[in-house]
Design a protein around this ligand. Structure first.
Ligand code: CO8
Length: 257
């Protein structure tokens, strides 16, 4: 498959997807969305691939939805076509996706980073929801995911003022899992993704599914869901293999069954 706005590369069991519209600081237009969805569908369906990394350039992960594409649209276009609803499909990818963010992750860029399973940030990363400066609001889940990630006070301040948050503040606030030097970002993310891809595939999917359930359920429902998935793991060959490998002091040899 060939793409114009993204680069897709397989590094062992890791799919590295790089947003590639440098002239627009990786602004997310309809073509980026459709190409990214194609790449993610292929990644999810490929049994040789275990984890993906989504990254941008050193200057910008993505500077937002494409303002020039949205500029001339009216309510009927936006509502009628449910503009950007396709991004919901991205969040239904069952294998993990790590966002590796360097430079600007603004508006839709910050929102897509938050749709990934976790964010690794370069020390140069800047996160923000500046839509208010364009007289609009986040539209790809930013107000909801940012509030869940960093709490109401910081999310509200960022949405209402449009100010950016640097990498250190983002780590303190819980938006990113770790901050690494910019020059090491992609290698670190690929290495982290390779670690995930080396785990038993069904356990990877189950772990992702249950952590995500924490944001959709009450505590009691979430704990019950976790327990059922934990029980289900005992129906897999890889559970028997994983526990035998531990007892026999050797690495597990996974079949994905
Ligand atoms: N859309 C389109 N083009 C962009 C965008 C963008 N979001 N961001 C940057 N560009 C373009 C610029 O227009 C410029 O192009 P050109 O050279 O042709 O003029 C090029 O990228 C380089 O940008 P700058 O010259 O501005 O670079 P600077 O280093 O001076 O500034 C900034 C970098 C601060 C990142 C600046 O570009 C900026 O403020 N960008 C816009 C950030 C923004 O407002 N993002 C939010 C967009 S709205 C949004 O994401 C809503 C999401 C929800 C939509 C859901 C719909 C249902």
């Amino acid at each position: 498959m060939s793409y114009e706005t993204i680069l897709v590369e397989q590094r062992g069991a890791v799919t590295l997807v790089t947003l590639n519209r440098p002239q627009a600081l990786n602004a997310l237009n309809s073509q980026v969305l459709s190409e990214l969805l194609g790449a993610m569908r292929a990644f999810d369906a490929d049994p040789s691939q275990g984890c993906a990394v989504l990254t941008g350039s050193e200057k910008a992960f993505a500077a937002g939805a494409d303002i020039k594409e949205m500029q001339a649209q009216g309510f009927a276009d936006m509502y009628g076509h449910d503009f950007f609803a396709g991004w919901d499909v991205f969040t239904r990818t069952r294998k993990p996706i790590i966002a590796a963010v360097s430079g600007f992750a603004l508006g839709g860029g910050c929102e897509v980073a938050m749709m990934c399973d976790f964010i690794l940030a370069a020390d140069t990363a800047k996160f923000g929801q500046p839509e208010i400066k364009l007289a609009v609001t986040p539209g790809m889940g930013g107000s909801q995911r940012l509030a869940r990630a960093v709490g109401k006070a910081k999310a509200m301040e960022m949405c209402l003022t449009g100010r950016m948050m640097g990498a250190e503040e983002a780590e303190r606030a819980g938006l990113v899992s770790r901050v690494v030097p910019a020059a090491e970002l992609v290698e670190d993310a690929v290495k982290t993704a390779a670690t995930i891809a080396s785990m038993a595939p069904l356990a990877v999917k189950a772990n992702k599914e249950m952590v995500n359930a924490a944001f959709e359920t009450t505590l009691a429902q979430g704990v019950a869901f976790e327990r059922r998935l934990f029980h289900a793991m005992f129906g897999t060959a890889d559970q028997s293999e994983g526990m035998a490998a531990f007892v026999e002091k050797r690495p597990g040899n996974w079949t994905g069954k």
